[in-house]
Design a protein around this ligand. Structure first.
Ligand code: SF4
Length: 296
């Protein structure tokens, strides 16, 4: 777990304030650069100090993000971004918590966590960077690979139906569901900002091409297909969100669905839990060094 450099009493923040000590090691042109950019711009616009921010991830190229950002970060086990994020939020509800990862991480080994975090409506933001391939392990079929697409593990073309992350999030009762494209920075920044501001579980699906192994789902594929949701789209209409999430010839971006429901920490505090009540301004009064020594 990395810890942030404390930001001196600044009245305004810039994306540079979130620059970590480690430079991104993604391939040049990887879609994840755009996502990282959009995230740091959103955080700066919202004025969230690095010491009030925690990022949790699983395993994969996109899951490396916590290492590149100046804040609290936890690069967890494969598929476990969400449970780690939940643990952080319950330990210190005052933190802004983001869970990050790819399509393989979140929809394969990690998919069991997705519906439960969504239905619980804990106030965290899940950013899923979808390149429709396993990039870190060099190009195998992932749960979002389109049927018929050739990969290293599907030389005759993928046989399975792909999962649709936006559709799943709506079905799982997430209270904010959006889709962005890593090449459309301004829109993506706005979607992430709105997701962080949303009180409850927010999910932002990002089309984030792998330029090294993502043949057939690169910028040349998504560029001509992505379009903002039509003006008549009503984010309160669940059926409309489901219908418009599923189109592939045109891949819509924007806020598909948003609703209000009681947030989890508020609910458990209302029934008498002490979660979050014993915290002082800087978080839990735990001597982390002693804790690490005890378990190492
Ligand atoms: Fe990005 Fe693909 Fe390179 Fe991974 S392998 S860093 S997803 S371009």
């Amino acid at each position: 777990m990395s810890s942030p450099a404390k930001t001196a009493e600044k009245t305004s923040l810039t994306p540079a304030d979130y620059k970590g000590r480690v430079k991104p090691i993604w391939c040049p042109g990887c879609g994840d650069f755009g996502v990282l950019n959009a995230i740091t711009r959103s955080l700066a616009a919202l004025g969230i100090e690095p010491r009030r921010l925690a990022l949790a991830s699983g395993i994969g190229c996109s899951s490396r993000i916590p290492g590149f950002v100046n804040c609290y970060g936890f690069h967890g086990a494969h598929g476990r971004a969400l449970p780690v994020a939940v643990g952080i939020k319950l330990a210190n509800p005052r933190l802004t918590v983001l869970a990050l990862g790819g399509d393989g991480d979140g929809l394969s080994i990690g998919i069991g966590h997705f519906p439960h975090v969504a239905r619980r409506n804990l106030d965290i933001t899940y950013i899923m960077m979808d390149n429709r391939i396993y990039g870190l392990t060099k190009g195998q079929t992932s749960p979002t690979t389109l049927e018929g697409r050739r990969t290293k593990t599907s030389p005759a073309g993928a046989l399975e139906q792909p999962l649709n992350p936006v559709e799943l999030a709506v079905i799982f009762n997430a209270t904010y569901v959006a889709r962005g494209y890593s090449a459309n920075l301004k829109e993506l920044q706005d979607l992430i900002t709105r997701g962080i501001q949303h009180r409850g579980f927010s999910m932002v699906h990002v089309l984030s091409p792998c330029v090294t192994f993502g043949k057939g789902s690169g910028f040349d594929y998504f560029g001509p297909r992505t379009k903002p949701l039509p003006d008549d789209h009503d984010p309160r209409d669940r059926q409309q969100a489901l219908l418009r999430s599923a189109v592939e010839e045109t891949i819509y971006t924007g806020v598909f669905y948003e609703t209000e429901r009681a947030e989890y920490v508020e609910q458990i505090q209302a029934i008498g839990s002490g979660v979050g009540r014993e915290l002082d301004e800087d978080g839990p009064r735990i001597e982390v060094d002693r804790l690490i020594q005890r378990f190492s």
